[in-house]
Unconditional design. Structure first.
Length: 129
């Protein structure tokens, strides 16, 4: 059972995500170019199939794009990479607003790690599994 303070509004969730992004060291924020961070309630059916998920609760966030180490210098202008935070999954995994805040930050850092080229094993080693 979720014990969020009267339910978390989408606006509050988005603000917590913005706060987590603002808390990143300046060097990381400067290095992040052409990337959108979006909030969705749940993964869509196609994402569920692509990720081979058994439950919509299994995916808290998703990075879609080309990690920085794999990019070519001088690449033409490209569409932004996207980090999606799944509000429903994050909230259902948490029991309080404080837990939601921590999970948003952890999930965001995990997905930013993918942007910088870290794989799941390295992220787990760093505590962002």
């Amino acid at each position: 059972m979720i014990h969020l303070d009267k339910g978390m509004t989408e606006k509050k969730f988005r603000q917590l995500a913005a706060d987590a992004l603002d808390a990143l060291p300046e060097a990381f924020r400067r290095a992040m170019e052409n990337i959108a961070i979006v909030v969705e309630d749940w993964p869509d059916p196609q994402t569920m199939r692509d990720m081979r998920l058994g439950s919509k609760h299994d995916l808290l966030g998703l990075y879609q794009g080309v990690p920085l180490p794999e990019r070519e210098h001088g690449e033409a202008v490209r569409t932004p990479d996207v980090i999606t935070l799944y509000r429903g999954a994050i909230e259902s995994a948490c029991r309080s607003d404080a837990e939601v805040r921590r999970e948003i930050a952890k999930t965001l850092l995990h997905e930013i790690g993918h942007y910088f080229g870290l794989d799941e094993d390295r992220l787990a080693d760093l505590g962002y599994e």
